[in-house]
Design a protein around this ligand. Structure first.
Ligand SMILES: NC(=O)c1ccc[n+]([C@@H]2O[C@H](COP(=O)([O-])OP(=O)(O)OC[C@H]3O[C@@H](n4cnc5c(N)ncnc54)[C@H](OP(=O)(O)O)[C@@H]3O)[C@@H](O)[C@H]2O)c1
Length: 162
């Protein structure tokens, strides 16, 4: 099964602050749509709740929300009580789209990492990407640093499991 973890991080691995993504890089959102546009997306309950109402569920994709709450209802999404259940719903391929707790949970199962490096340092971040250990992950492609239309530098780095 193909399991891609898709995240954007700052220089030290921060991915979130106070329930939101603390930068604006539209080019990353575009790539996110390209990478996740058609298949199943798996996310933690907090990430689900962080999505703007207009994008919840993420359109055109099977949305799967992981929670420990047996009675949690996510309109337009499937609810799973753990990663195994979420992967079973997803079928042959899944993109894990956050947040920090769920990336960490899925890291051992991931086949590919699609990371966007954002050249900022977020003060007061409270959600973080897992460490990418070079013993386990091979850089598949490393994009050049580019300027976003918002002026922020970013680049895409893809990894495949060794
Ligand atoms: N930069 C990026 O690429 C990116 C992407 C996505 C999200 N984010 C950011 O990340 C932050 C959210 O991340 P987070 O780590 O706080 O939360 P999260 O991973 O989105 O969700 C955590 C929740 O998942 C459920 N959960 C975790 N482990 C579980 C397990 N083993 N079994 C069953 N359920 C489990 C729990 O839900 P219950 O409490 O309901 O039981 C837990 O509270 C936000 O700031 C968001 O904006 C950033």
């Amino acid at each position: 099964m193909s399991i891609e973890l898709v995240w954007a991080q700052d220089r030290v691995g921060a991915i979130g602050k106070a329930g939101a993504i603390p930068w604006r890089v539209p080019e990353d959102m575009k790539r996110f749509k390209e990478l996740t546009g058609a298949g199943a997306v798996i996310m933690g309950r907090k990430t689900w709740e962080s999505l703007p109402a207009a994008f919840r569920p993420l359109p055109g994709r099977r949305n799967i929300v992981i929670t420990r709450s047996a009675d949690f209802v996510a309109d337009g999404a499937d609810v799973a009580d753990g990663l195994d259940a979420a992967l079973a719903i997803a079928g042959h391929a899944a993109a894990v789209i956050g947040g920090g707790e769920i990336y960490t949970l899925a890291m051992d199962r991931a086949t590919h990492l699609r990371v966007t490096e954002i050249d900022v340092l977020v003060d007061g971040a409270d959600a973080f990407a897992p460490e990418v250990n070079s013993d386990q992950w091979l850089v598949e492609s490393e994009g050049e640093w580019l300027y976003s239309s918002t002026g922020t530098l970013y680049r895409f780095v893809d990894y495949v499991r060794r």
